[in-house]
Structures are given as C-alpha cells and as structure tokens.
Design a protein around this ligand. Structure first.
Ligand code: HEC
Length: 116
C-alpha cells in the first residue's frame, strides 16, 4: 500500500527549501562577476541592485537599496567588503564562496547601480 502522507511532506519540505534565498548560494568560479551578481546576489538585492524583482516587487531580504546614491555614497568600500565577506544579520557571509580580491572587484558593480 502507498503511504498518502509521505509525498505531501516531501513536497512541503521542497517548497520551504526553495523559499530560502540564503540556501544553495553558488561559489564564484572565476570569470564574469556581473554574472555572479545575478547568480548569488540578485535573489535578495535584485538584478539592478534596487532590491526589487524583475516585476518591480520589493524583495523581502534586500536589506539595502544600492541605487539610492545618497545612501550608497556614504558607504565606504571597506565596509561593503567586510559585509560581503563576513555577512551581517540576514546577509550571508561569502568568504567561503569568493576571495577577498574578487569581493573587492564586486564593489565596482555595486557602485555602478548608484551611478545610473
Ligand atoms: C539571502 C539574501 C542575500 C544575499 C544572497 C545577498 N545579500 Fe547582501 N545583504 C542582504 C541583507 C538582508 C543586507 C542588510 C544587512 C544589514 O544591514 O542588516 C545586505 C547587505 C549587503 C551589503 C551592505 C549594504 C549596506 O551598506 O548596508 C553589501 C555590500 C552586500 N549586501 C553585498 C552583497 C553581495 C556582493 C552579494 C552576492 C555576492 C549579496 N550581498 C548577497 C541580503 C543578501
């Protein structure tokens, strides 16, 4: 006889898992950092850094609007480097996913969001 509850539990588990944006973050494999932003950061910060999805809906775990130049210009590169590597509250640490050098280069991408 097939068990009626087990498939339902598996389904519920899979849905929960897919809903956590901090899960399954890829490692930077070298190459295009812009692409890495899309793969690892955009799920929370948005493709354009404004914390919105492609439909313009506010993402729940964005934390910071990189397109707000007034706020972004007050932030130091060294602070952004530290948060990217070490994480902060709901922002996951990336020090096991990318080198400090690559994280430093990533800051140029975040600065461009505010320059637009
Ligand atoms: C799981 C969601 C999530 C992912 C994925 C994520 N971030 Fe964040 N990030 C946040 C949240 C939330 C904050 C706000 C943290 C706080 O101040 O409490 C934040 C803050 C930051 C800040 C600091 C902004 C400021 O000055 O307040 C930087 C820099 C940053 N993220 C870079 C990145 C980069 C680069 C990536 C990808 C490599 C990334 N984040 C991926 C959620 C995420």
């Amino acid at each position: 006889m097939r068990h009626p509850i087990l498939p339902a539990l598996l389904l519920a588990g899979a849905t929960l898992f897919a809903g956590d944006p901090a899960k399954d973050l890829p490692k930077f494999q070298g190459g295009d950092l812009q692409k890495y932003w899309m793969d690892a950061c955009a799920r929370c910060h948005g493709a354009n850094g404004n914390g919105r999805d492609n439909g313009g809906k506010q993402l729940p775990d964005a934390g910071f609007d990189f397109t707000d130049s007034r706020k972004a210009n007050k932030k130091k590169d060294s602070d952004w480097l530290k948060v990217t590597l070490d994480g902060k509250e709901k922002m996951p640490a990336f020090k096991d996913k990318m080198s400090a050098d690559d994280a430093q280069k990533m800051i140029a991408i975040m600065r461009k969001f505010a320059a637009k």
